[in-house]
Design a protein around this ligand. Structure first.
Ligand SMILES: Nc1ncnc2c1ncn2[C@@H]1O[C@H](COP(=O)(O)OP(=O)(O)O)[C@@H](O)[C@H]1O
Ligand SMILES: [Mg+2]
Length: 286
C-alpha cells in the first residue's frame, strides 16, 4: 500500500463460524503483547463479534469515523474513534462495527479505505472480514499485506468452498506468497486429512490451528484473548507461533526479550509460555 508502513493482516474465509474473529483477536493480542502498535478492525459490519468477544463497549464506531472522515479528511484523527483493549501491560486498539444494522448499509468502501489509510501510526492492522467476496472485502484484500485465509475442513462442501475461495483469490491475482492458508480445528477426528486438502489445492497449508472448544468458549465468556485466560492451551501456543511467523521473530530474539523482561522485572508472560521449545515445531508437522 503506497506510503503506508503498517502491515495489514486480513483474516478471511469462505464460511462463517470458521474462526476468523477468534483468529483476528488472538493475532491482535499476540502482536500487542510482543510490543507492536496494533489495531483490530471489525469489518463484519452487520454481525461483528469483536466487541462481544472482548467484553468491550464503545462510544464510537466505524460509522462515526466515516462521517468524520468524509466531513473533513484533513483534520480527521483515527484515535478519536478507537476503543482500547487493555490487558496487563499490553493493549491494542479496536475499531468497532456500526451499532445498528441500518448503519452498516451506509458504510462505503472508499471511506473505509481512507480510514485504514489513516492508521499509519500502527505497526499492524488486523482486519476481521466476513465470508463473502464483497466489494468491501476485495478492497481490504487489495490493501492487505497478508491474507490469513482460514478454513475448517470438516466435511466435503467446506473443502469445496475453501478450494473455490483459494482459486478465486488466485484468479484475482493475489500473489500466492501473500495468501497464508490456515487450517483451523485440525486435530478433530476427521476423515479429511490436511495432506488431501493440500493435494487438492496444489499448495502447502501455512499453519494448523488445533481445536480447543473449551478454551475458546472460556475465552469468549471471560471477554479475554486466549493468552490471558488459557495460556497453556495448545491453541494459544499455536496462535503465538502464528504471531511469530507474521513478525519473523526468531527464537533468539524471543530469548533476548525474556532476558530483558527478567532483568526489568516485567511480567514474564512470555517466559512461562515458551519455557518448552517443542511447541515451535510440534504444531506444524501435519
Ligand atoms: N480452534 C478452535 N477450536 C474450537 N472451537 C473453535 C475454534 N475456532 C473457532 N471455534 C468455534 O467456532 C466459533 C466461531 O468462531 P468465530 O471466530 O466467531 O468464527 P467466524 O468469525 O469465522 O464466524 C467459536 O465460537 C468457537 O465455538
Ligand atoms: Mg466473525
Amino acid at each position: 500500500m503506497e506510503g503506508h508502513s503498517s502491515i495489514i493482516i486480513a483474516v478471511f474465509s469462505t464460511s462463517s463460524g470458521n474462526g476468523k474473529t477468534i483468529t483476528a483477536i488472538n493475532l491482535a493480542a499476540g502482536l500487542a503483547e510482543e510490543g507492536y502498535r496494533t489495531c483490530l478492525v471489525d469489518l463484519d459490519l452487520q454481525f461483528g463479534d469483536v466487541m462481544g468477544y472482548l467484553d468491550l463497549v464503545s462510544d464510537y464506531t466505524i460509522a462515526d469515523a466515516q462521517r468524520a472522515i468524509l466531513r473533513d479528511e484533513q483534520h480527521f484523527k483515527i484515535d478519536d474513534y478507537l476503543t482500547e483493549y487493555k490487558c496487563g501491560e499490553a493493549s491494542f486498539a479496536v475499531l468497532p462495527p456500526p451499532r445498528e444494522i441500518n448503519d452498516a448499509y451506509q458504510i462505503n468502501v472508499e471511506a473505509v479505505e481512507k480510514i485504514i489509510r489513516s492508521m499509519r501510526g500502527f505497526n499492524f492492522i488486523v482486519l476481521d472480514l466476513t465470508a463473502v467476496f464483497s466489494t468491501l472485502n476485495l478492497a481490504m484484500l487489495d490493501l492487505s499485506t497478508v491474507i490469513n485465509y482460514v478454513g475448517v475442513m470438516d466435511f466435503l462442501p467446506a473443502v469445496k468452498n475453501y478450494k473455490v475461495g483459494y482459486d478465486t483469490l488466485l484468479r484475482f491475482d493475489y500473489e500466492e506468497s501473500k495468501i497464508c492458508l490456515v487450517e483451523n480445528m485440525t486435530d478433530q477426528d476427521r476423515y479429511i486429512k490436511s495432506r488431501d486438502v493440500e493435494r487438492l489445492l496444489g499448495t502447502k497449508i501455512y499453519h494448523h490451528l488445533p481445536s480447543d472448544y473449551q478454551a475458546v468458549t472460556y475465552s469468549i465468556r471471560m471477554g479475554k484473548p486466549l493468552m490471558y485466560c488459557m495460556p497453556l492451551s495448545p491453541l494459544t501456543q499455536s496462535y503465538w507461533q502464528l504471531v511469530d511467523r507474521y513478525t519473523n521473530r526468531s527464537k533468539q530474539s524471543r530469548a533476548a526479550l525474556q532476558y530483558e523482561e527478567q532483568k526489568t522485572g516485567r511480567k514474564k508472560i512470555l517466559s512461562w509460555l515458551f519455557g518448552d521449545d517443542d511447541w515451535h515445531t510440534a504444531n506444524n508437522t501435519k
